[in-house]
Design a protein around this ligand. Structure first.
Ligand SMILES: Nc1ncnc2c1ncn2[C@@H]1O[C@H](COP(=O)(O)OP(=O)(O)OP(=O)(O)O)[C@@H](O)[C@H]1O
Length: 328
């Protein structure tokens, strides 16, 4: 069976074409595209199908989408001006089956495909006595995703999407209170995603410029996450402060997820940014900020935390969802 699986992102879209027989999938074409190069998902998929040069139509297509996916409704992406309409896309693709799934729900499905070289342990936590423990996955990319999963008796996971990244940001100290005041001048609603994401790195950097130097020079306003991180590595003091504050915010968020879901089966950090800022996350300071939860600090500390280094997780998850859906 020919399957297309795709992890659509605000920045990049990762697509694979596989030939699946029973539970074995063989990849015959794989490509990553810059999402902004395409006006819509139809054009992206047309390009992918042309590039893949297959002689048949796909039987099944599964797209992991960054935004709330609701049955019977068009899916509007949160950080990309695309709206996907299932019936018309399915007709265009000529596929027997088209599945839309939230991108972090797909990543959650991808967890079971991870091998031990696909993640590193940030916090050992308390090893669960049985396998039947809740897991959660969150991660910064263009947005801030969050999903959780519950193991079932058949060894599979039941996965649940959330829009938790859009919950209200809450400052943890005086510096973050100043940050919140700064952000309120820019956004009517300051969510965690406004800060714990690639665009969030830029906001945090601008805040640090304002806070440390009293001004935000026009030529420094557009520095994206990668550039701020690079400048920090090169010793720039404002960029270093920004990456430190960003890491603290990420940790505070991860600690919130630890308490909300008590994911004793594992709290996984994914998204495009986590692996790229591994040296910032693999520190005692990150863990201390994760577990700075007052009377619940000891409880939060019990959760195992894993940093995912496998950059294909999203597309592996979309493929796992497609295989599960079509082959049971
Ligand atoms: N080294 C880095 N440090 C910090 N941020 C980075 C780094 N490299 C890239 N980024 C930021 O990561 C974001 C892209 O993340 P990602 O690769 O997860 O894209 P995506 O999968 O399209 O996102 P999403 O799935 O959240 O829509 C961009 O905003 C970019 O500026």
């Amino acid at each position: 069976m020919d399957i297309i699986a795709g992890d659509i992102g605000g920045t990049k879209s990762w697509l694979v074409w596989v030939k699946a027989k029973e539970s074995v999938a063989e990849t015959c074409f794989e490509q990553v595209y810059a999402s902004a190069d395409f006006p819509d998902a139809e054009t992206l998929l047309q390009q992918f199908m042309a590039d893949a040069r297959q002689t048949v139509k796909p039987e099944s297509v599964c797209l992991a989408l960054p935004g709330p996916v609701q049955a019977g409704q068009p899916t509007r992406l949160t950080n990309l001006d695309w709206t996907l309409e299932k019936a018309s896309l399915q007709t265009q693709l000529g596929a027997r089956q088209l599945l839309f799934i939230n991108d972090f729900q797909a990543a959650a499905q991808g967890i079971s495909t991870l091998t031990t070289d696909g993640y590193v342990v940030l916090n050992v936590g308390e090893t669960p006595e049985d396998e039947g423990q809740t897991c959660a996955i969150t991660g910064a990319g263009t947005g801030l995703g969050l999903a959780w999963m519950q193991p079932q008796a058949n060894g599979r996971y039941h996965t649940f999407a959330t829009e938790g990244g859009h919950t209200d940001f809450a400052p943890a100290n005086a510096q973050q209170e100043r940050l919140l005041a700064f952000m309120r001048q820019r956004y009517p609603h300051v969510s965690w995603e406004r800060l714990v994401s690639g665009p969030g790195v830029n906001q945090v950097y601008q805040f640090c410029l304002q806070d440390m130097t009293g001004e935000i020079p026009a030529d420094l306003r557009e520095r994206n996450g990668a550039i701020v991180n690079q400048a920090a590595l090169a010793g720039d003091p404002v960029a270093t402060a920004a990456m430190q504050l960003f890491t603290d915010l990420y940790a505070n968020w991860v600690g919130n997820v630890a308490l909300l879901y008590q994911p004793r089966g594992g709290l996984y950090l994914g998204g495009g940014i986590s692996a790229r800022i591994q040296p910032w996350l693999q520190t005692q300071r990150f863990l201390d900020a994760c577990f700075d939860k007052g009377r619940m600090s000891d409880l939060a500390r019990q959760m195992p935390i894993y940093l995912i280094t496998n950059t294909r997780l999203g597309v592996q998850g979309a493929l796992a969802a497609a295989m599960h859906h079509t082959m049971g």
